[in-house]
Write a protein that binds this ligand. Sequence first.
Ligand SMILES: [Zn+2]
Length: 372
Amino acid sequence: MTVITEATIKKLAGFKSADTPVVSCYLDVDGRRHIRPKDYQLELESLKKQLLALHPGQMFDADFALISDYVATQLDRHGVRGLAMFSCAEKKYWKVIRLPVSVANRLSVNQSPVVAPLEAIVHQLEPLGVLLVDRQRARMFIFQFGEVVERTELFEALPRDYDRRDDASRGSREREQHHIDELAHQHFRHSTEAVFRLFQERGFGRLSIGATDEVYSAVEHELHPYLRERLAPRIHVPAAANETDIAKAAFEIERVVELEREEAAVTKLRDAIGSGNKGIAGLGPVLSALNERRVATLLVSNGFEESGWLCSCGALALRGPKCPVDGQDMERVDDVVSDAVDAALLEGAHIVTCEGNADLDVHGRIGALLRY
Ligand SMILES: [Zn+2]
């Protein structure tokens, strides 16, 4: 499967076709929701009808044929939950990206591929480390899209038989209990060392720990500072849980981590706007800031589309036809929001694609944190 990276996305965003538009199609083919291929094929047909209704008089027959043919005859759904397809048949441009996560259905046209949904996915690609630990056992996993990609275990038996000796005097019992606690702490230290080794060897973005309150604070205390700053919300499964339950809980944590990332970015934007310091909202101001290469982070609601104008100098505008930068006549584009994402990528800005963030929506569904 093609691994999506920022470089792949940038390359897609770099393809431009001013005269004949590029058709971008995102299709959810997740077998958990669409058991029969017919289910997503019908969805595709209705997306096509919607697109034709929005663009009367335009022909997308050749692009539609390529997309339908791929979906009907070439798609192997093994490990694939979503598809991103980009077609400009006139220019012999055809790209398919098979995705291990499901996507929101979307069919749209613009003068370049619509890549914002891919930007949202590339961040979900970051693996999640999970440590399940009790007083003698540690299980470590690396998850991606809720599936295990790496696992390792550590077991250090505590001398349980201490408790059963009946000849032990009170004093020696306390000493023995103290000794057991020491061993448990040693085990926590070994566990955190093992997680750190796994982190160095395989890498993961965030770490979620599952443990009782008492064990959790002991383990957190032993964690390497690099890992402590990567702590994600706690995972609530017992150390002996089966892998299906752990995977389900890990998938939930991945979702929470992504939502937190989006929320943190939107909060930062709101604060920047509120204090009048390097924050702007709304499509018009964002396009102007992009034209001036001032955007550090672009925030956009997934699915937001708006027609606009693009100049051969690269400038974008909501209203045309005169370019706000050099006064030339600009070309109309079907989706200037997608062009804004492309421009931001080419300027080296971070992109945060939000899934239905109400705070961003009240700010016009798009905003930017500025470099200056
Ligand atoms: Zn211009």
